[in-house]
Design a protein. Sequence first.
Length: 179
Amino acid sequence: MAYTTIANVASMFPTWGRGTAQQKPPDAFVQQLNDDVAGEIGAVLNRRFAAAIASATSFSAYLAGLAVDGTNILEKINRYGAAAQLGEVLATFGVASARELGKVFRENYLEMLNELDARDANGRPLASGRYDKQFDSLARTETPRPAFQAIAGGEQDARQTSTDAGLSNAFGKFDKRGT
């Protein structure tokens, strides 16, 4: 099951003549490219989000439950992967510019697939991927906000407490608990 359509992949090559008897390659071949890339994406999803998939009871139920943003991401990754392969195929028919365009699509596809897979450009695992929250609602949420706030204390007035500074620390420098 592909996440994109033949028409979407074909739109990546606006000058490719589709819909004629002489169309090369045929739509059935482009669908095969779509399905091949979808298989790679599915393997990544099954490995990375196995817990979320298990809670949905099946892979198809998991996919059906994705938000629009998640399905749009899958469509884009699938489209770029299939377009990268199609560029190579079109180049064999003498469309040299398709090869160059296909290389750009391949770079973009690999970057997006690595982000889905939480891998860096060299294939090393990362703590999280760009799209994690779209595919698992319990994924870690990164934030630019500091996780902890505190006052260093050395220059702090002995009468100032954490609460005075608007912090919710359990203890401040000069708090005396239990005495």
